[in-house]
Design a protein around this ligand. Structure first.
Ligand code: ATP
Ligand code: MG
Ligand code: FE
Length: 340
């Protein structure tokens, strides 16, 4: 089955075509980053309007690069939620229009399920069950994944998401939005040992996270520092080390609790080099294996939506054309998919 995937939950228009026989056939992305940089964050109304402008040409370009026309598409997958309502509506309108006009089945995909299954697009996909660490701009979660649609949230952030903490701290360091990758780049110039950031909520049991304290700690540290470039790099490094350490401690705990041997890192923050290196290093103990999507599929993209939608369409699931978008949608409410 060949599925066209549409992602518009936030500030990226992502379109892709996935074939369950041949894999990913095409993948196009338009990022609105430049549009929102001046505002230091995503402006929802501007995001919706830009999706409207970009989505049709992007669908056309994706079909062209896969060498397909509408007859070649067997189903449509789109991000139904969670996300910004205006942005979601653009993707759902496109999906509904195509499904209606082309007379093809349609499936609404959960954005975080897309992130969670993104490593499946890789050559060496993890098998079930596994623990997933979902760390993105809006979420930080540990999930017990028994199969597609069989998710139990083991822990989540009680305040800021990991990506949000990166972005807010980056802003305090004078970096542009989204600051996560820029902070990480600055941290490469940092020297260790100058600053010690806390590892929030690691001194008590449980799998929840809290990152807003780290941001406050960073704010105080930055305010009282000399403002030199090297000092900022040292702070960026200490902050990044604290986040990565905290995530690793919680992941090890989740693996122990579930007795699983596989860990999946997904979402935008999984693109972080130090995070990947530190988790790779931890696997040397032999206690677990780590999997993560290739860089292009960590942040928002259409490929993960096409993949997740294809699995559900192949299993016979459908979303009615009258279905509404879901800006909030608990991951645990998804239906399991046993027959794939
Ligand atoms: P959600 O998926 O929760 O709805 P989102 O879609 O906005 O949120 P993603 O696109 O998955 O989030 O990820 C974007 C986030 O990832 C941003 O906060 C960004 O700063 C962060 N990020 C991306 N690359 C890196 C990196 N190399 N290091 C740290 N953070 C990063
Ligand atoms: Mg984004
Ligand atoms: Fe996302």
């Amino acid at each position: 089955m060949i599925v066209l995937g549409i992602e518009t939950s936030c500030d990226e228009t992502g379109i892709a075509i996935y074939d369950n026989q041949r894999g990913l056939l095409a993948h196009e992305l338009y990022s609105q980053v430049k549009l929102h940089t001046d505002y230091g964050g995503v402006v929802p109304e501007l995001a919706s309007r830009d999706h409207v402008r970009k989505i049709v040409p992007l669908v056309e370009r994706t079909l062209q690069s896969a060498g397909l026309d509408k007859q070649g598409i067997d189903g449509i997958a789109y991000t139904r939620g969670p996300g910004l309502i205006g942005a979601l509506l653009v993707g759902s309108s496109m999906a509904r229009a195509l499904a209606y006009a082309w007379k093809k089945p349609m499936i609404g995909v959960h954005h975080m399920e897309g992130h969670l299954l993104a490593p499946m697009l890789d050559n060496n996909p993890p098998s079930f069950p596994f623990v997933a660490l979902l760390v993105s701009g809006g979420h930080s979660m540990l999930v017990d994944v028994k199969g597609i649609g069989e998710y139990r949230v083991l822990g989540e952030s009680v305040d800021d998401a990991a990506g949000e903490a990166f972005d807010k701290t980056a802003k305090l360091l004078g970096l542009d939005y989204p600051g996560g990758p820029l902070l990480s780049k600055l941290a490469e110039e940092g020297e260790t040992g100058h600053y010690q950031f806390p590892r929030p909520m690691t001194d008590r049991p449980g799998l929840d996270f809290s990152f807003s304290g780290l941001k406050t700690f960073a704010a105080n540290t930055i305010r009282s520092c000399d403002g030199a470039h090297q000092t900022h790099a040292n702070i960026a490094l200490a902050f990044e080390e604290a986040i990565v350490d905290t995530l690793l401690i919680k992941c090890k705990r989740a693996l122990k609790q579930t007795a699983y041997k596989r860990l999946v890192l997904a979402g935008g923050v999984a693109a972080n080099k130090r995070l990947r290196a530190s988790f790779e290093n931890a696997t040397k103990s032999g206690a677990f294996e780590v999997f993560y999507p290739s860089l292009a599929y960590c942040t928002d993209n259409g490929a993960m939506i096409a993949y997740a939608g294809c699995q559900r369409l192949v299993a016979g699931q459908r979303t009615e054309i009258s279905a509404t978008s879901l800006p909030r949608w608990p991951l645990e409410n998804l239906s399991p998919l046993k027959n794939v």
